[in-house]
Every structure is written in structure tokens, then in C-alpha cells.
Design a protein around this ligand. Structure first.
Ligand code: SAH
Length: 238
């Protein structure tokens, strides 16, 4: 996977690209993140990339000609182009999975008040990372890259990916590590007794309980027989 990020602030990626799992995935050379400075496509010697909006209004808008040229000079025919934007439907794990199958992605980061709306002609999809406004698309693009590269990382076992929150229509069950007792809180006994069938059932039940507590709307779907049974069990215990 090659991801090209168009930004005005390449330096924001320094820590991100050189840390932990992301730096490990990128060191394998199969995957690449290329940073492009949109300012390199400015047309004037002061390297302007923005201008005041027509019709008035606050702030500055990035210019469509500059951003379009940055896109065209850095994409191939088969590159899928994303625009970070607070207007889109918020990103989900399913979106990340879908995007992780592309060979070549480009992510365009807006800044200031955003980009001249005519940029949409050159974009395949707009992506938001949530219903709030950030100063720029850089953090959003890092969120997208992080989520995708994590899925492509071979050293994260597929088992661990399968059990995660949002994978099975449930949040992940609570997990514990040593010590077995801390500040009066004990690790549930069933997890320490080595009976794998019991552990599996317990974890599924806890995943359902966690989902009922934090994201009950995720259970408004077709449920398996075992899920129905466990929900009843949880309700009876309340
Ligand atoms: N005036 C715009 C917001 C501009 S914020 C509006 O009201 O819609 C500047 C840039 O930050 C945007 O162009 C986008 O690239 C990025 N951005 C801000 N919030 C975002 C979010 N929630 N998700 C993705 N990108 C975001």
C-alpha cells in the first residue's frame, strides 16, 4: 500500500512516522507513506496557497488550482483520492477495512477554513473522523493511516484483530494482566482457571455486557441464538 498525503504541515508527521507499530510497518518497505507539501504547487513567489472567500465570510480558503495541481502531480490513474472533511459521514472500522484493500491512496488535508469547494471534482471520497472541527486535516489523515497500517501489519495476529471492538458487532470484552489482585479488585476467577470453553463463553458474555453499557445501539441487529441467551442471562442478573 502506498499512501500519499498532501499537506501544508509535513512536520506534523515526524513523531507519528517514527514511532512504534507505524515505524515498524513502514520499515518493511511493502508499505509507504509519502508526504507532499502543497505549498510546492503555489503559483507565486510568496508561496501563497490561500485566499479570501467570495461573498465574504471569515478566514482564508485554500485555492482549488494549487491543490488540484498537487493532486494531479502526485497520483497515478488508479490512486483513490480521499479528502479530509468534517462534512462527511464519520469513519468506521468497516471503512478502514475497505480502504486497506486499495493499492494506492491519497489523502488531501485542508487547513484554515478548508478548500475551495470545486476541489470535490477531483476527489473520490470525503472522510471525517468525527462530528467536530479540527484546525486541519493532518490529524485526521494520521488517524486514517494509523487505522489502515495497523490492519496491514502482519505482526498483529489475525486472532487479535478478530476479537477487537467493532469486529463482531460487539465491543471487546474487558481484559486483565498481572497482578491478579489490585487495590481490592480481583481478576475474574474463570480467566485464571485455564478452561478455554468457559473462558470463551465468559468473554462473549462480558463483550455483550460492555456493549449494552456503552453502545447499546450496536445490538439493534440480528442476534445469534447464543447472544440472545447471554443477554437474557445478563438481564436476569441485574
Ligand atoms: N469551515 C469548514 C471546516 C474547516 S476545518 C467547515 O465548517 O466545514 C479545516 C480543515 O480541517 C478541513 O478542510 C479538513 O481538511 C480538516 N478537518 C477539520 N475537522 C475535521 C474532521 N472532523 N474530520 C476530518 N477532517 C477535518
Amino acid at each position: 500500500m502506498k499512501i500519499t498525503v498532501l499537506t501544508l504541515f509535513k512536520e506534523m508527521y515526524d513523531g507519528f512516522l517514527n514511532t512504534s507499530i507505524i515505524s515498524r510497518v513502514l520499515s518493511k518497505k511493502e508499505h509507504e507513506i509519502k508526504l507532499v507539501d502543497i505549498r510546492d504547487y503555489s503559483h507565486d513567489r510568496h508561496r501563497h496557497v490561500d485566499d479570501t472567500p467570495y461573498g465574504g465570510g471569515a478566514g482564508m480558503l485554500m485555492k482549488v488550482d494549487v491543490v488540484h495541481e498537487a493532486i494531479m502531480n502526485n497520483k497515478d490513474e488508479d490512486t483513490y483520492v480521499l479528502l479530509t472533511s468534517p462534512k462527511a459521514k464519520p469513519l468506521t472500522q468497516d471503512d478502514l477495512k475497505r480502504l486497506s484493500k486499495k493499492e494506492k491512496l491519497m489523502i488531501v488535508c485542508g487547513h484554515y477554513e478548508g478548500i475551495d469547494s470545486r476541489i470535490e471534482k477531483y476527489i473520490d471520497e470525503q472522510v471525517s473522523i468525527g462530528d467536530y472541527i479540527l484546525t486541519g486535516g493532518e490529524l485526521a489523515s494520521m488517524v486514517i493511516c494509523d487505522g489502515i497500517l495497523r490492519l496491514l501489519d502482519e505482526s498483529i495476529s489475525s486472532d487479535s484483530l478478530k476479537e477487537e471492538s467493532y469486529e463482531n458487532g460487539l465491543l471487546e470484552y474487558p481484559q486483565y494482566t498481572r497482578p491478579v489482585e489490585y487495590d481490592g479488585m480481583e481478576v475474574p476467577f474463570v480467566l485464571t482457571n485455564g478452561n478455554h470453553k468457559e473462558i470463551e463463553r465468559y468473554n462473549l458474555k462480558m463483550a455483550i455486557k460492555e456493549t449494552m453499557k456503552y453502545r447499546p445501539e450496536m445490538l439493534n441487529r440480528e442476534l445469534s441464538d447464543q447472544e440472545v441467551l447471554l443477554i437474557k442471562e445478563i438481564e436476569d442478573e441485574l
